[in-house]
Design a protein around this ligand. Sequence first.
Ligand SMILES: N=CN[C@@H](CCC(=O)O)C(=O)O
Ligand SMILES: [Zn+2]
Length: 411
Amino acid sequence: MKILIKNIKELLQVREDGIEKVSGKDMAVLPSLQNAFLLIENNIIADYGSMEKCPDVIDANTIDATGKTVLPAWCDSHTHIVYAGNREQEFVDRINGLSYEEIASRGGGILNSAKKLNETSEEDLYLQSRSRLEEVMQQGTGAVEIKSGYGLTVDGELKMLRVIKRLREEYPVAIKATFLGAHAFPTEYKENHSAYIDLIVKEMLPKIAEEKLADYIDAFLETGYFSVEETERIMEAGKKYGLQAKIHVNQFTAIKGIEACVKHDALSVDHLEIVTDEDIEALKGTKTMPVALPTCSFFISIPYTPARKMMEAGLPLALATDFNPGTTPSGNMNLVVATACIKMKMTPEEAINAATINGAYAMDLAKTHGSITKGKRANLIITKPLTSYYQLPYAFGSNLIDSVIIEGQMI
Ligand SMILES: N=CN[C@@H](CCC(=O)O)C(=O)O
Ligand SMILES: [Zn+2]
């Protein structure tokens, strides 16, 4: 099947093969082509260029993109899309003055979601999660990482990961699965952390590895959750099963967690609302991608990742949604890009780089996703007619997407 998109006003994020991420000053550069065409063959970007060189392809389905912008579909490298129910009551409790930590210490938060999830059948969990995945695909997401972490029991974690596997099999969007058994300590292990970590390492991990249910391992490295030493044990155990680390860290406090993640070759460190100079030093010259989650900061009113400071230090940065029932009940990457521009003072170029090529890197998908490159998957957003791509973050409340193509399929 061939699709020829013609008369594209601007084709964004056009890159030669081999670029796996952009860092520091390079994040300000978003290569583009004006008045362009793009040809899709067998779900792959087969060709693109300026309209003067547009080939005649008689057997192609042709799309006229006059006035429209085309860019790679968003790469959302951090989500918890698979969950049961909602936490609307906690939302109202926060409006009435309780903090995220206070709610969690009363048995709400992650443990509230874990209770709901363990009471929900696998089929129901699949149906609830599927509608969220369909929604984010409509919003332009073409690759997504999904975590477990609301089971916190052997059965619950396996149930979540099997749902992720089924979503991967049934939808064209690229999905990476992350095992997050170390999301919180269940109440019965509150005073016996090592017993819960034993359960993760000795029971959950071998079963997950046997069924090949996860690509990565995660932990919530945070004061009151998993300590640096506990997270190191989790990362080491994951490594034995070939699971690289992607870690929740520095959401509320900086406790030298980033340094430990880098030491253990983490693919990404995510959240980073609180970042010290030492954390920035620890990340310099490493392969670990820092990932910011601005709509989480927005929703629970916590600081935003200091993006400018990090980019000025030469670091790369990726943007993701953190779609979850507690801190970010939204998987809208368009809103993430807008929030990064408005609140983190990232330029549109920086934010789009962070939400495409760098997001792909944070899921090990940069060879196939995240840019307009010949041979990459045909995952594209076609916008409505735009004055310029600045309109994407500027008109933050508007739906500016005309259509989404994932793996060559119109969504
Ligand atoms: N911070 C840890 N985990 C999730 C939120 C978990 C929850 O509150 O359900 C996050 O990334 O924000
Ligand atoms: Zn998260």
